[in-house]
Design a protein around this ligand. Structure first.
Ligand SMILES: Cc1cc2nc3c(=O)[nH]c(=O)nc-3n(C[C@H](O)[C@H](O)[C@H](O)COP(=O)(O)OP(=O)(O)OC[C@H]3O[C@@H](n4cnc5c(N)ncnc54)[C@H](O)[C@@H]3O)c2cc1C
Length: 430
C-alpha cells in the first residue's frame, strides 16, 4: 500500500485527476503532483472544460443512480454548491422519435419512478400542455413532445468547478506542473514497476505511484488500454444571447429531446447557451493500430458536423424558435474515453506491482461524479488486497472483449459512430 507521504503523480488535471488530488490531500496524502499538458486549469483539452454538464440521477442501472445521489449530496456542500444548479431535467422525445429513443426514455423514467428518493421529484408530461408550465419561456410548437421532468436533477458549471478545486488543492499543497513541463510523454518502468514519468521537456520525475487520469488520451500512455477504451467525441456549439435573452431564460430546466439533443440555461457571464446534439459520436481510428485517439491539436476539433448542426437547430425550432437561425459559435468536438458498457475503469495496471493506477472510461457521463471520484481512488489505494472491490471497474482481460461495436449498442446512445476523417470540414459526405 502506498504510504501517505509517498510521492504520488497524477497525470491529467481534468475532472478525474483534480477530484483525486482533492480527496487524497484531504485524507492526509502529503506529496501529490498533478502533471497537465495545458498551460491552464481548466485545461482546454479536458472534456470538462465547459459551461455545463448534466447532473441527472436516474440511470437504467441503479448502481450509477445510487452513486449520483451521493454525488448530488456532495454537489450541495460549500466547495461545490456554487457550481451546481438544480434546475430540473426535462427529458422528452419528439413525435418523430425512433423506438429506441422512446424505449430509453421509458427506462429512465421507470428508474426515476422506482427510486424512493427520486420519485417525489418526477412529473409525467403527456404533451406540450403539460410541458409549458415547467418551461414557460418555451414558445415553440413542441410537436409530439412527451416525457417527464425530474426536479431532483440539474447541471453543474464544469469549468468553474474545475477551477474551484484547482484553487483548493493548490492551497492545500498539491503541486502542479503545467504546459511543456506538465505534458507527460511516457510512464517510466523498471523491471515492470512504474518508477515515475518523463515529460516532453525530457525531465524525469520519480514517484511511488503514478495515477493516469488522462481522459481520452489515456491509451497514448498505456497502449494496452486500447482494447478496452476508445477515444470518442460528441459535438458542442453555442448561441450567443443578449443580456436580456439570458436573463429571460434564467432557471429553465436542462431540456433534452432524446432524438435531437439538449441545451442548458444560458451562462450569465458569457451569455452563451450551450447545445449538444444526440448522436453516436465520432472516433479517430489509427489505421495502423486500430485504436482511436483524440487528435493532438484543438484546432482539428473546432467544428460541428452539419448533421449535428441540423439536429440542434431543429431542437431550437421546436422549443425556442427565435434562436433557431442564429449563428452557432464556439463549435467543437469534445473527446472522452468510452468503454463498451459505459463502466468506468479504476484499477491498477496489471503487472506493475500496484505502482500504476488507471482512472479512465468515463464514457461521457463522468462529470456528475466530480465531487466523489477521488473517494473511489482513495478506497482502491487503501484496500490491502490491492484489488478493485467493485468488479465492474476492474481492468478487463482483453480476451473477454469482443471486437465489434465500441459502445454503439449502449441503450442511451442513438445513431451510428462515424470516423472523424469522414466529417472533417470540406470532407463531409453529404
Ligand atoms: C460533449 C460532452 C458532453 C458531456 N456531457 C456530460 C454530462 O452532461 N454529464 C456528465 O456527467 N458528463 C458529461 N461528459 C463527460 C465528462 O466531461 C467526462 O466524464 C469527464 O470530463 C472525464 O474526466 P477525465 O478526467 O477522465 O478526463 P478530462 O476531463 O478530459 O481530463 C483529462 C486531462 O488529461 C490531460 N492529459 C491528457 N494526456 C496528458 C498527458 N500526456 N500529459 C499531461 N496531461 C494530459 C488533458 O489535457 C486533460 O486535461 C461529457 C463529455 C463530452 C465530451
Amino acid at each position: 500500500m502506498v504510504s501517505k507521504n509517498s510521492p504520488i503523480i497524477i497525470v491529467g488535471g481534468g475532472a478525474f485527476g483534480l477530484s483525486t488530488a482533492l480527496h487524497l490531500s484531504q485524507n492526509g496524502y502529503t506529496d501529490i503532483t498533478i502533471f497537465e499538458q495545458d498551460t491552464q486549469i481548466p485545461p482546454r483539452y479536458s472534456a470538462a472544460n465547459d459551461l455545463n454538464k448534466i447532473v441527472r440521477a436516474e440511470y437504467e442501472d441503479s448502481f450509477y443512480t445510487d452513486l449520483t445521489i451521493k454525488a448530488i449530496a456532495a454537489w450541495k456542500t460549500p466547495l461545490f454548491a456554487p457550481h451546481f444548479h438544480q434546475t430540473g431535467f426535462l427529458h422528452c422525445v419528439t413525435g418523430a422519435a425512433p423506438e429506441k429513443a422512446i424505449g430509453t426514455l421509458k427506462r429512465f423514467q421507470g428508474a426515476a419512478n422506482n427510486h424512493p428518493q427520486l420519485r417525489p421529484h418526477v412529473v409525467q408530461l403527456n404533451g406540450p400542455g403539460d410541458i409549458r408550465p415547467w418551461f414557460w419561456q418555451c414558445d415553440g410548437p413542441l410537436p409530439g413532445w412527451k416525457g417527464y421532468i425530474n426536479r431532483f436533477d440539474g447541471y453543474a458549471h464544469s469549468g468553474n468547478a474545475l477551477a474551484a478545486v484547482y484553487r483548493v488543492t493548490q492551497n492545500s499543497g498539491v503541486k502542479f506542473f503545467l504546459g511543456a513541463k506538465g505534458a507527460v510523454q511516457e510512464i517510466v518502468y523498471k523491471d515492470g514497476k512504474g518508477t515515475g514519468i518523463k515529460t516532453v521537456d525530457g525531465k524525469f520525475h520519480g514517484a511511488a505511484l503514478v495515477i493516469v487520469a488522462a481522459g481520452a488520451a489515456a491509451s497514448k500512455l498505456i497502449p494496452e488500454l486500447g482494447g478496452q477504451v476508445v477515444a470518442k467525441s460528441w459535438s458542442v456549439a453555442h448561441v450567443h444571447l443578449t443580456d436580456e435573452e439570458t436573463s429571460a431564460l434564467r432557471g429553465i430546466p436542462v431540456t433534452y429531446a432524446r432524438d435531437l439533443g439538449f441545451y442548458f440555461e444560458p451562462d450569465p457571464k458569457t451569455n452563451l447557451l450551450k447545445l449538444c446534439p444526440m448522436g453516436g459520436g465520432y472516433i479517430n481510428t489509427d489505421p495502423n493500430t486500430g485504436v482511436s485517439h483524440s487528435p493532438g491539436s484543438l484546432e482539428t476539433s473546432a467544428f460541428m458536423p452539419p448533421d449535428d448542426e441540423e439536429r440542434v437547430r431543429k431542437l431550437l425550432a421546436q422549443t425556442l424558435p427565435g434562436l433557431a437561425d442564429r449563428p452557432l459559435v464556439r463549435k467543437s468536438l469534445c473527446w472522452f474515453a468510452d468503454t463498451k458498457d459505459s463502466d468506468f475503469i479504476i484499477d491498477y495496471l496489471p503487472g506493475t506491482g500496484a505502482s500504476v493506477v488507471l482512472l479512465s472510461g468515463d464514457s461521457g457521463h463522468g462529470f456528475k461524479m466530480f465531487p466523489i471520484v477521488g473517494e473511489w481512488v482513495k478506497a482502491l489505494l487503501e484496500d490491502e488486497s490491492k484489488t478493485q472491490a467493485i468488479a465492474r471497474w476492474r481492468w478487463k482481460d482483453q480476451k473477454e472483449e469482443k471486437e465489434e461495436d465500441w459502445g454503439g449498442d449502449v441503450s442511451w446512445r442513438l445513431g451510428e459512430t462515424r470516423e472523424l476523417k469522414d466529417v472533417l470540414p470540406g470532407k463531409t459526405k453529404l
